[in-house]
Design a protein around this ligand. Structure first.
Ligand code: C2O
Length: 543
């Protein structure tokens, strides 16, 4: 493959949205950041230079990083952050992935403004399993705060409260017509009648799952998370943060201007959420602008914010295009609870969580704490002790009614720790991800670094190993890197641990990772040359 060299200068820039300007962190002064386009088999070499006052790392969301864990990017997991004034070069090869991925900062809440698309075309000489679209458009859905997002999360962390919700959603960085001071800059996507377009949707929002629809047009889903899917038609998509969905859109409607609109799917009852709608305009040739027929864009109908049926049905409709070879037999049968929790307020302080508590979140009742002196991957390779312990449990400490209403107070308080679960190279891993109703039940988009996994099944209520295994899709389960675990429900994923390194698994709602909804897998080296992690690059940042 080809080698693509890029330089990412992380720098501040004043940006005006919703009538207000403030400095945001960007890559190369662009918001969203630059789109990277490669072919499967190509190598990316990206030199990241940190010119801001924050620590920075960049994560290549969904890239498998076979044997190149040093380039994965989550801070204190695979590298120490790039300090202000520092630089680090990420080097990795795309191996057997085609479709839409993205990159984002993986330090505090920087990814609110530091993100961009990563488009992987088929290997040179091969083509899509559908006819070549006339136009390909990355569509990044984002979330905007009127103030510095780092200040938002830091303020919440100081008091233990929930951070402020966003002030707007955005499409390719712009809130769009329905917000104040935003109509002039609304994102416009020009199209021509009678053509097929490939729209590459990415939910790069921080904390919100989003419904998306295009007025008047049906979408044919052909890919998700850089894997092809069995094509199916739909009028609405639902993407959790981290997820991507590729759709074909035929411009088969009367020439006019049509809105693409996105707004929240909010599964947690009673919790506040951003109730605004972002729009972009799909504009047929010769239909612009005011005064001409069809100049007023048409709004699509979106599901209600709490329409869990639509949200779950969309996820469940995604399948692999052809029967797959399911990894089996399972060597590691894991059961992880995922959910919120509350910690006690230290005496003498006032805390911002419900009834003077501190918000927390956990897996199997452990709330993940990042190390600070060395990354987990370095600690593993250099055998530095007392950085992590390898005793993350295979199952929760006690069995209980996870989705019940009256969960005992004792289970509300997770334990803060830095635990990993060790996996032998090549083992077949199955994880039941069980949502809980501690504090609040919510849909959780769970993302695994370094792997794609099959989603065997999803369901509501408590997972029942006697009856729910019958629901597994053993024919054409989808291959993804982020799974929406339904509110008060469960998802089962399966993968082969064929990529040595330390790999974070976490909820992609940043507010939940802030509260500790994460754990990490340590996948040991195999014995072959291709089964062993490469040596760290010489410029790997020091802590
Ligand atoms: Cu896209 Cu660890 O994240």
């Amino acid at each position: 493959g080809e080698v693509h060299q890029h330089e990412f200068i992380v720098q501040e820039k004043s940006v005006k949205r919703l009538c207000k300007a403030h400095n945001i962190v960007t890559v190369n002064g662009m918001f969203p950041g630059p789109t990277l386009e490669v072919n499967d088999g190509d190598t990316l070499v990206v030199r990241v230079v940190n010119r801001v006052r924050y620590n920075v790392t960049i994560h290549w969301h969904g890239v498998r990083q076979m044997r190149t864990g040093w380039a994965d990017g989550p801070e204190f997991i695979t590298q120490c952050p790039i300090r202000p004034g520092g630089a680090y070069t990420y080097r990795f090869t795309i191996q057997g992935q085609v479709g839409t991925l993205w990159w984002h900062a993986h330090s505090s809440w920087l990814r609110a403004t530091v993100y961009g698309a990563l488009i992987i075309h088929p290997k040179k000489g091969s083509s899509y399993p559908f006819s070549l679209p006339k136009r390909e458009v990355p569509i990044l859905l984002g979330e905007w705060w009127d103030t510095n997002p780092i200040d938002v999360v830091n303020a919440a962390t100081r008091t233990g409260a929930a951070p402020n919700i966003s002030d707007a959603f955005t499409i390719n960085g712009q809130p769009g017509d329905l917000y104040k001071c935003s109509s002039k800059e609304t994102t416009v996507i020009p199209v021509t009648a009678g053509e097929t377009n490939l729209f590459r949707f990415i939910n790069s929002g921080l904390n919100t799952e989003l419904f998306v629809s295009i007025a008047g047009h049906t979408m044919t889903v052909v890919g998700a998370d850089a894997s092809y899917t069995k094509p199916f038609k739909t009028s609405v998509l639902m993407l959790g943060p981290g997820q991507t969905t590729d759709v074909l859109v035929n411009t088969d409607q009367p020439p006019a201007r049509y809105y693409i609109a996105a707004r929240a799917y909010s599964s947690a009852q009673g919790l506040p959420f951003d109730n605004t709608t972002t729009t972009a305009i799909v504009q047929y040739k010769n239909t612009c602008c005011s005064g001409q027929p069809g100049s007023q864009p048409i709004l699509p109908t979106l599901p209600a914010f709490n329409d869990t049926n639509s949200a779950t049905a969309f996820g469940a409709g995604i399948k692999s295009p052809a029967p797959v070879k399911i990894p089996s037999p399972v060597n590691e049968n894991l059961f992880f609870t995922i959910g919120l929790g509350l910690l006690e307020c230290p005496s003498g302080r006032r805390c911002g969580g419900p009834n003077n508590t501190i918000f927390a979140a956990s897996m199997n009742n452990f709330s993940f704490v990042l190390p600070s002196t060395v990354s987990l991957l370095q600690a593993h390779q250099l055998r530095v002790s007392n950085v992590f312990s390898a005793d993350f449990p295979a199952a929760p400490p006690v069995q209980f009614d996870y989705t019940g209403a009256n969960i005992s107070r004792a289970l509300w308080q997770p334990i803060k720790s830095t635990k990993v679960y060790k996996l032998k190279y090549g083992s077949v891993v199955q994880i039941v991800l069980q949502g809980t109703n501690i504090v609040a039940a919510e849909n959780h988009p769970i993302h695994l670094h370094g792997y794609d996994f099959y989603i065997m099944a999803t369901g509501f209520g408590n997972f029942n190993s006697a009856t729910d295994t019958a629901k597994f899709n053993l024919v054409d389960p989808p291959l993804r890197n982020t799974v929406g675990v339904p509110v008060n429900g469960w998802a089962v994923i399966r993968f082969v641990a064929d990529n040595p390194g330390v790999w974070l698994m976490h909820c992609h709602l940043d507010v939940h990772i802030t509260w500790g909804l994460a754990m990490a897998f340590l996948v040991e080296d195999g014995f072959g040359e291709l089964e062993t992690l490469e040596a760290p690059p010489p410029d790997l940042p020091e802590c």
